[in-house]
Design a protein around this ligand. Sequence first.
Ligand SMILES: [Zn+2]
Length: 136
Amino acid sequence: MYRSYKQRCMTCKKNMVIIRSFKQRPVCSECQMRSLSGPVSDKKFKKLFDIDPKFYETSAFLRDIRYQYSLYQNLTEKQIAAFKRVVDEFKNPKKKQINAIVPKAPTKEEQAEHKQKRAKGLFQSERSTLRALRTK
Ligand SMILES: [Zn+2]
């Protein structure tokens, strides 16, 4: 099992990000969400990313794909296919395809552990965010 740890967000250098996978980029969801509104010039991708914003808020996977695009202005066919399948899964929750695409579905124990860690981690970063807001 991969041990999660905290690292400072590489974009805002302020929020802490819980790293759960060696593939994960240290970018907080705040910054990821911000990068989602970047311009998409390619028509094909414009159509692909034109989904309910709630999907992005819910899925770190969709955010990550969208973020990858904002970095490289392109995606691999595999990423596009996975993105479509996850969106499809959100639209049709009865179809349980998501586990087939995202190989690292955490176990219940891992989820509980993450929840605990997140409760502690979020509390800290929320406090520092509040502090930052106050000093502005
Ligand atoms: Zn950030």
